[in-house]
Design a protein around this ligand. Sequence first.
Ligand code: CP
Length: 309
Amino acid sequence: MTANAPIKHLLGIKGLSASHIQTIFETADNFKSLLNGPVKKTPALRDITIANLFFENSTRTRVSFELAEKRLGADIVNFSSSSSSVKKGETLIDTVNNILSMKVDMVVMRHPAPGACVFLSKHIDAQIVNAGDGTHEHPTQALLDAYSIREQYGDVAGKKVVIVGDILHSRVALSNIYCLQLLGAEVMVCGPATLIPKHIAALGVKVSHNLDEALNWCDVANMLRIQLERQDQRYFPSLKEYSRLYGLTMDRLAQLDKEICVMHPGPINRGVEISSEVADSDQSIILQQVENGVAVRMAVLFLLGQQRL
Ligand code: CP
């Protein structure tokens, strides 16, 4: 893809250029100002109807997209597979086509199958935004993470970011690696060897199995949850041992000769990958990430809806 090639869908960070991301960030800056002002809405997408199709559980992403859509004045319809005819055997394409026949312009979809959004984009006319597809990508999470680093430091370029934990089952890790590298950051992944994909160094990331070494190297630590729901075998002896080796605690932060920034995409498992004290500390920007998610998703929806991305 060339730097300014227009895109119809947001299927992943793969497929975006640094220039696309800068456009999203600059647009998000404007929406963040709007959200912090007295009038939090704009009718920019008032002629657009968006369907939020969630085939997998979500709190942050679903609420954040819904708020972003409402702030942009779009008409929205929410669909959750747990209360739908998917339970009666309907296929993904039949479900989506039935919803689209009610004149829907854009689909925001979360699905447990990697590639589900790419598959759908080949079969329907509506624009698609990937809200997380299995272990593959979670592009708006990576965008809001990088936007939050930019807000914290002024720039993402040159920053050292370590992503810690269950890299093997994480869509957040892959999207973050692509996004941070496009913006000029250095990326390390850290965790037990069993939770790090074998050939991940081919993506140009550093690999460490020692959290203290990784923390000494980084400016930013992005702590990931152990995705027990995607694990079909035991990858480490016990959560207690995992927490001892890879849990971020105040003691670990205190041993550093610098102050690093702590991130987490949520949901947090307090006391496993991050202690409550760290999650609630001044070094944590976890709630700023959630706040920025609305502005970043407004930017993505606005730019796609106006065919400006
Ligand atoms: N970060 C994230 O995707 O959270 P949810 O699963 O709650 O949407």
